[in-house]
Ligand binder design. Sequence first.
Ligand code: FPP
Length: 243
Amino acid sequence: MNFPAGVPRHIAIVMDGNGRWAKRRFLPRLAGHKQGVTALRHCTQACAERGVAVLTVFAFSSENWNRPNDEVSGLMDLLALALSREVPQLCKDGVRVHFVGNRQALSDKVRTGLEQAEAATAHNTRLVLNVCFNYGGRWDIAQAAAALAARGEAITEASLSAAMALAHVPDPDLLIRTGGEMRLSNFLLWQAAYSELVFSDRLWPEFDAAALDEAIAAYHARERRFGKTSEQIAPAQPDAAHA
Ligand code: FPP
């Protein structure tokens, strides 16, 4: 995978704050989610323009089924609508979509929409957009372990990683959560082991390209040690004898 030096190769986002954005405007929560789709479109384009190779977003968690029925059905309808509307633009922008999550509990209409969007964007190579829908980090670890057990394979870090829902992409370098909360909420529990975490007070519908650049700048200011010491990861000094 080629990517510009310094740009996070994989960015993951918990898109939080749609409800509050709507409430502040005396609008129904679903209006916030609709605005969230627009923010997602802009963020996807901004990531592609900056040379990010993978964007993974949390669109509907395993726990979101506990929301009021009208909000759950509204989110399902929104996904189906967004799928049919956004595919041409995704293709123009070179974006390949993958849906990550438990598809079994979804309606036939939503499942078919997901499959069609994946097939229609399968040839795009500029950016991979993973949409986590009916997803939970614990679900992913458990389903990977169950798949290995069913095949009688040994459970190791490598085999579990390979059986997980995001095995097709490297782990996220940068994980952003909007909306001011500072928790993972069951997102990418396995894959975020060494991700840099950046929390933004902006509500998701207000998260624009400038906010993305701020998060990338915060990522650049971090020292990624992966368990090593600062000295071990410092760039080698030019050898005076050969300078
Ligand atoms: C969290 O905000 C957001 C969600 C549960 C849904 C995220 C969905 C989108 C951004 C739209 C994209 C969706 C599809 C279907 C592709 P919240 O409702 O928890 O906000 P709050 O914390 O302010 O209440």
